[in-house]
Design a protein around this ligand. Structure first.
Ligand code: KG4
Ligand code: ZN
Length: 354
């Protein structure tokens, strides 16, 4: 077996076949990807139904569900890809950020397979996997790119100058965008997960009905985000107006979030001179955000890189793609690599100097 640090890759990146495993939150996912872009299989088993009755992800239940689901999901991914273990060049697994118990299930599975099959192991940063997912749908992505990464745990605006070369332009100072969707949906009694529920009900409402605040969205406000005031504004409005239409509240809330995200991302593209704008993370599955980003890119004549919805939410194809890239640049990871719940995105330029 190739040991960490001694990279002996005798194939071009385009021919590498990599198995990816993702278990950072409540999706158990396994995928096989060739050349970092060609998805041979991508199986995602969501635990949404299991957690819905609790109104959110329960970490201990998530870990146990990952243990139950790992072998069947793995088997399905391998069978669908039609590859055997001796054709695999590497096995990648998310080692952070995420829920520690959940991460450990995927990580231990990947290490066990690495030892049993004599295939190198590669630890993957979940945030980098989201960033690189755009290359799966569109390998001809033009760089530099501004990436808006919006998920349940993160809201970041990143300048991607190359794969592995990231500059953080801004991030949320309180709630992540997906967290705001989930909390508002919960308050409105729309269930869990909140993002898809608000997305669907907003179709029936008037996005201009209520003028909710757009925090930190002025031209001089930089690229950080804040969504906790918006959540409070929604709660206060419903308390004061108990007969208000839930559809209008949802649509107006969504409009406020999308407005801020699109305004900042658009400004960032122009300021850094990026060739395009890309979105990733669960909130990038939002219908209104997708269409507004597309409109802005057409209007400003820049490339729009909007991955398919299944590539935006958590999946293992993006993990396999990131593992392929890191295997080529850094070689295999040590088998004693641990789960890192608060793992940060590796930045080329520290935030303080950006
Ligand atoms: O990336 P992801 O699958 O998991 C994390 O790494 O967090 O993102 C999950 C988040 C949840 O907050 C969910 O409500 C949100 O993405 N989400 C959406 C939509 N689909 C998922 N938010 C708005 N509109 C959607 N269609
Ligand atoms: Zn994610």
């Amino acid at each position: 077996m190739t040991m960490p640090g001694e990279t002996r890759i005798d194939k071009p990146e385009s021919e590498l076949i990599v198995l990816g495993i993702e278990t950072s939150c409540d999706e158990t996912a396994v995928s096989v990807v060739r050349g970092g872009t060609e998805v041979l299989s991508s199986i995602v088993s969501s635990q949404v139904d299991i957690h819905a009755r609790y109104g959110g992800v329960v970490p201990e239940i998530a870990s146990r569900a990952h243990v139950d689901l790992m072998v069947p999901v793995l088997a399905e991914a391998i069978i669908e890809a039609g590859v055997s273990s001796n054709e695999l060049d590497a096995i990648g697994a998310t080692y952070g950020p995420g829920l520690v118990g959940s991460l450990l299930v995927g990580l231990s599975s990947a290490k066990a397979l690495s030892l049993a099959w004599n295939v190198p192991f590669v630890g993957v940063n979940h945030l980098e996997a989201h960033l690189l997912s755009s290359f799966i749908d569109d390998p001809a992505v033009e760089l530099p790119l501004v990436v808006l990464l919006v998920s349940g745990g993160h809201t970041m605006l990143i300048e991607m100058r190359d794969r592995g070369d990231y500059r953080l332009l801004g991030a949320t100072v309180d709630d992540a965008a997906g967290e705001a969707f989930d909390k508002v949906a919960r308050y409105l009694g729309l269930g869990y997960p909140g993002g898809p529920a608000i997305d669907a009900i907003s179709e029936l409402g008037d996005p201009t009905a209520i003028a909710f605040p757009r925090a930190m969205s002025g031209a001089d406000d930089g690229y950080d985000f804040s969504f906790s005031g918006l959540k409070t504004a929604v709660i206060n409005h419903v308390r004061k107006n108990p007969d208000v239409s839930t559809e209008d509240v949802a649509a107006s809330f969504q409009e406020a979030v999308v407005d801020v995200l699109v305004t900042k991302a658009r400004r960032a593209v122009h300021e850094v001179g990026a060739k395009g704008l890309c979105i990733g993370g669960g909130v990038a599955a939002n219908t209104s955000l997708r269409s507004r980003i597309l409109d802005v890119c057409v209007e400003d004549e820049i490339g729009a890189f909007i991955p398919g919805r299944s590539m935006c939410t958590d999946n293992a194809a993006m993990v396999a793609a990131a593992a392929t890239f890191r295997f080529v640049t850094d070689g295999p990871s040590p088998l004693d690599l641990g789960a890192v719940p608060n793992l940060a995105l590796p930045l080329t330029v520290p935030r303080s100097e950006a």
